[in-house]
Design a protein around this ligand. Structure first.
Ligand code: AOS
Ligand code: ZN
Ligand code: ZN
Length: 388
């Protein structure tokens, strides 16, 4: 039997971090469709993140991206965020948007360019010291397009050296999160292409280095929940970048393409006792809302994660264990599917009502007038966008 009160407590305590760049304009390589009311400054992105938190109650942190969110005074930005009810979350680095990085950043054959890229990682740690952020999130676009273009092993050595330098700069409770990605922008070989590569580097670095799983960064049919289970067992899972993929790194709303996969991932999280924020996993979104209104899409994404989590929490673990141990394949699968097929929306509506929130966050946002207000207020200046 599932303890419903415990399920509700777990859902109330859940935390999901939203990314500053998801509030900004974004698009594909073909076109960015600008939207009215889009933030022009890091402060306006934070205000939008605070709005998502206001309606969902479970999104109290916003991840920044440097230099897209570069400001003169990070302490002031941090207190601005706190005044709005949110914290600054992970600091994301950018060593992919500079001409110098054509042949790579920390793995570039040129030592001067490697120095520049590594210095950027150190700069991000300085920013963490000012924002009080725990997590340095690293994603490297580094890789090569043609066989023979550069030495695969030397590039691993260069990567290890840069990671070591950054890692050794961490203090207090700071952590390094290393994200992997199968391909893109490099098409033949990426320097951190998979969880195994990230895991091996993190293992070499030490206990403050853990893997970040971006759900959109795998080959089709990859069993992501297996990766989750394995890394949890090794105590090397540090974060998620949640999003949906139909084809490649689509960055669509999490739970849109494959809600069943999201449920299976969240089940492994629950099974591993890793849902509680105290466990230390950062559940982040990494999405781009190219054609839909951004704030309600992010609210919807947060709700999709909550729904998958609620279903995962509803799995009757005792019944599942009994079926598994007696080798009852069909019964074990039925227990699992029963939880997945439960309509958890009424339960989540209750959890929200208990927390003093509107049970329908998207409708509440639409009725709030915030959308109309940002469209009216945010005129002039330059809208922020992916890369701006
Ligand atoms: C890139 O594909 C990765 O998903 C990154 O995590 C992220 O989208 C990018 O660094 C924007 O911050
Ligand atoms: Zn990502
Ligand atoms: Zn990505």
């Amino acid at each position: 039997m599932t303890d419903l009160a415990a399920v509700k407590r777990a859902l109330t305590a859940q935390r999901i971090e939203t990314p500053s760049w998801a509030y900004a304009n974004s698009g594909t390589r073909f076109k960015v469709f600008a939207q009215p009311g889009v933030p022009r400054t890091p402060e306006e992105k934070i205000a939008d993140a605070a709005t998502v938190h206001r309606f969902t109650g479970v999104a109290p942190a916003v991840a920044l991206h440097i230099p897209w969110d570069k400001v003169d005074d990070y302490a002031a930005l941090t207190s601005y965020a706190r005044d709005l009810g949110v914290e600054i979350g992970a600091i994301n680095t950018n060593v992919f948007q500079d001409d110098d990085y054509k042949l790579g950043s920390v793995t570039n054959p040129d030592a001067g360019i490697r120095r520049k890229a590594t210095d950027h990682l150190l700069e991000a740690i300085d920013i963490m010291n000012q924002t009080g952020s725990r997590d340095l999130k690293l994603w490297f676009s580094d890789g090569i397009n043609y066989p023979g273009q550069d030495d695969l092993r030397d590039r691993q050595d260069r990567l290890a050296a840069a990671l070591r330098e950054a890692y050794d700069r961490l203090t207090g409770d700071q952590r390094l999160l290393l994200e992997y990605k199968l391909f893109e922008p490099a098409f033949y070989a990426t320097d951190v292409p998979d969880w195994g590569t990230s895991y091996a580097h993190c293992l070499e670095l030490g206990e403050r280095a853990t893997v970040c799983i971006d759900t959109g960064h795998h080959a089709p049919s990859t069993n992501i929940e297996f990766i989750v289970a394995f890394l949890l067992r090794q105590k090397k899972l540090g974060a998620f970048d949640f999003n949906s993929r139909f084809y490649a790194d689509d960055d669509l709303m999490v739970g849109a393409a494959d809600p069943f996969q999201l449920f299976r991932i969240m089940y492994e999280i629950v099974r591993g006792g890793a849902l509680d924020p105290a466990y230390g996993i950062a559940f982040m979104l990494d999405q781009c809302h190219n054609i839909e209104r951004k704030i309600p899409a992010i609210i919807r994404s947060v709700m999709n994660v909550q729904e998958a989590t609620a279903k995962a929490l509803l799995v009757d673990r005792d019944a599942l264990t009994r079926a598994q141990q007696s080798g009852d394949v069909l019964e074990a699968n039925a227990v699992f599917m029963d939880a997945y097929n439960t309509d958890v929306r009424p339960l989540l509506a209750e959890v929200r009502a208990d927390a003093g929130l509107d049970p329908d966050p998207v409708a509440a946002y639409k009725a709030s007038g915030y959308d109309e207000k940002i469209i009216a207020d945010r005129v002039g200046g330059t809208q922020a966008g992916w890369g701006a």
